[in-house]
Design a binder for this molecule. Structure first.
Ligand SMILES: Cc1cc2nc3c(=O)[nH]c(=O)nc-3n(C[C@H](O)[C@H](O)[C@H](O)COP(=O)(O)O)c2cc1C
Length: 324
């Protein structure tokens, strides 16, 4: 059985079935481009508020922008109101998104209080209407990202998959953890497998994919694709590594020095995209993923997060790489 193959989502074909997960504060344009270079078949943007877009929030507007080099890209929107969801979907399509993804899995309180994210799993009528509103508003495929459950009492994976299909979504991503677990614990791949059997639309499995072995488990369970979140932060080449490993090719883990080199390239891209202050600030947030696999890494991280200029960061990284 060929596990790695092009991914067909309605009329759209991605070159392979390994996707970068949407991650707020992380999967922006510079990181998305890096992951495409690292072999991702589709990259997903961090979630954007449909409500904020409606009120012209400039930060949210910028988050919707698509660079020429970052296709295929899926723009994720969240919200609780059909009209603003339809508007946001149209807006993302006009900006050049290849796919629109609707978020119904986020457990963050602020988002849930506004009626968006995982609380939509409790209100199937409303969730169905939101999907339909997005589907009607655009020509590109609309997908849903949700979870297998809200809690440990009841699995909702099959219900969510059927709901997505019936409302016109072209694919569903299932995060194989309950909302109460946020991002912790082993993925429940069996729950995702049940959903795969229940629908005809592609089911994309997500949660805990950090190597080829977990990716294989999802694909062998019937998933059309696998979505990778934290496994790609600090290792954007994980997509190529998984493809190589599944093809039986040797895979060498990134050395500490190579990781620093890739991180520095990303920091430079962040600085050129956002300007020095915001670019350096954003880069700092993922330091723990990049500066971690050598003696003294914690000390280097401590020094790094106090630096404000690209020049100082370049000097620190050059010194550290010489010592490795
Ligand atoms: C920092 C962070 C931000 C996230 N932001 C989003 C988001 O904007 N939209 C979304 O659907 N999921 C978001 N997630 C969830 C991921 O897309 C993914 O479902 C989750 O991390 C599980 O995958 P993993 O185990 O491969 O990391 C976020 C996760 C993390 C760690």
């Amino acid at each position: 059985m060929t596990l790695i193959k092009p991914l067909q989502i309605a009329s759209f074909t991605a070159p392979n079935n390994l996707l970068l997960a949407p991650m707020a504060g992380i999967t922006d344009t510079p990181f998305r481009i890096l992951c495409l270079q690292g072999g991702a078949g589709i990259v997903c943007a961090e979630m954007v508020s449909a409500h904020a877009l409606h009120y012209g929030n400039p930060k949210s507007g910028r988050m919707l922008q698509v660079a020429k080099k970052e296709h295929p890209v899926s723009m994720q929107i969240f919200g609780a109101d059909e009209q603003t969801i339809a508007e946001a979907a149209k807006n993302a399509e006009a900006q050049g998104a290849d796919l629109i993804d609707l978020n119904a899995g986020c457990p963050v309180k602020k988002i849930n209080k506004a009626g968006a994210g995982c609380v939509l799993m409790k209100d199937e009528l409303k969730l169905g209407r939101l999907i339909e509103a997005a589907v009607k508003a655009v020509k590109i495929p609309v997908t849903l990202k949700t979870r297998i459950a809200l809690n440990h009492k009841e699995l909702l994976a099959v219900r969510m998959a059927k709901l997505a299909q019936n409302a016109g979504a072209s694919a569903i991503t299932l995060h194989a953890r309950a909302a109460v677990d946020v991002h912790a614990g082993a993925p429940n791949i069996e729950a995702v497998a049940e959903a795969c059997l229940a629908v005809n639309i592609p089911v994309i499995g997500n949660g805990g994919v950090v190597n080829a072995s977990v990716a294989k488990q999802f694909l062998e369970a019937g998933c059309a694709g696998v979505m990778i979140g934290r496994g790609a932060v600090g290792n954007p080449f994980i997509f190529q590594d998984i493809q190589d490993e599944i093809a039986g090719k040797p895979v060498r883990p990134l050395t500490a020095s190579k990781k620093l080199e890739i991180y520095l390239a990303l920091i430079r891209e962040n600085v050129s995209y956002y300007g020095e202050r915001i670019g350096v600030n954003r880069s700092r947030k993922t330091a723990g993923y990049w500066i971690n696999n050598f003696p003294g890494a914690a000390d280097v991280r401590g020094r790094f997060v106090r630096l404000d200029t690209l020049q100082d960061i370049e000097k620190l990284f050059a010194d550290v790489r010489v010592s490795l």
